[in-house]
Design a protein around this ligand. Structure first.
Ligand code: ATP
Length: 238
């Protein structure tokens, strides 16, 4: 089986500082793959490069059979790669429904859009209950739900989630993680960046540990969850 996403020796730099120093990994259709690692490891930089927001200085990204280098961000979305960014970046003055509609800005199928808005409300009932309210009135966790719902509105073949649990209460975090499991069960392919290694490894098929711009260790989520080094460094065990 060819992978849906193949990243080969990817290098990304901010001026002279190389933040991603030649990483390779792949994501098969239907999988949840996670990148974990401490602050500054290069996880966000990797996702922003896959979305076309940053240009790599080397390597190759192939998505659904196409090479993405030099493809602009809106075309990457149209190819089926959606990004729910770190910090959520919802539009606080627009309503929840308007935010969701923005996620479908490349689509013309009005009936399909309405169907997918309702799907987002099924997934996150609170968004449906508050559909006419300004998105800025939502709690942090609810805004995360909105960011995920908005990313799904482009009907992605691959959904990239950057730190969906950041700043959330344990209960809200569990809800977000349960939603990822539900999306996977529905067949959504997910690339998940998380600092909460325990949560991410528990649900990932494949996992990669990033350290200072490189992938230091790879394995199944369960393998890494039980790896002694990972437990000490990322799961806070002595
Ligand atoms: P975090 O969880 O904090 O976002 P991360 O693993 O996602 O961590 P990145 O945000 O990708 O890491 O950062 C990788 C490296 O690139 C860090 O050393 C960071 O300081 C640097 N960096 C990130 N953005 C910029 C920028 N706009 N200009 C210069 N350096 C940057």
């Amino acid at each position: 089986m060819t992978a849906l996403l193949e990243v080969e020796d990817l290098r990304v730099a901010y001026g002279k500082i190389e933040a991603v120093k030649g990483i390779s990994f792949s994501v098969d259709a239907g999988q949840v793959v996670t990148l974990i690692g401490t602050n500054g490891a290069g996880k966000t930089t990797t996702l922003r490069t896959l979305s076309g927001l940053l240009k790599p200085v080397g390597g190759r990204v192939r998505f659904d059979g196409k090479v993405l280098t030099r493809v602009p961000p809106h075309k990457i979305v149209a190819l089926g790669l959606a990004h729910s960014p770190e910090g959520r970046h919802i539009f606080p003055r627009l309503t929840i429904e308007e935010n969701l509609k923005l996620g479908a800005y490349l689509r013309k199928d009005t009936a399909g859009i309405t169907k997918d808005i309702n799907r987002a409300y099924d997934l996150f009932p609170i968004l449906g209950e508050r559909r006419k309210q300004a998105a800025g009135t939502l709690s942090g966790g609810e805004q995360q739900m909105l960011a995920m719902g908005r990313a799904l509105m482009s009907q992605p073949k691959l959904l990239m989630l950057d730190e969906p649990s950041m700043g959330l209460s344990p209960i809200m975090m569990q809800k977000i993680m349960a939603t990822i499991v539900e999306l996977k069960a529905q067949g959504t392919t997910i690339l998940l960046v998380e600092q909460n290694a325990q949560a991410a490894l528990s649900l990932a098929d494949q996992a990669h540990v990033m350290e200072i711009g490189t992938i230091k260790l790879s394995g199944t989520g369960q393998d890494l969850l039980h790896d002694e080094g990972v437990r000490k460094t990322y799961l806070g065990e002595d």
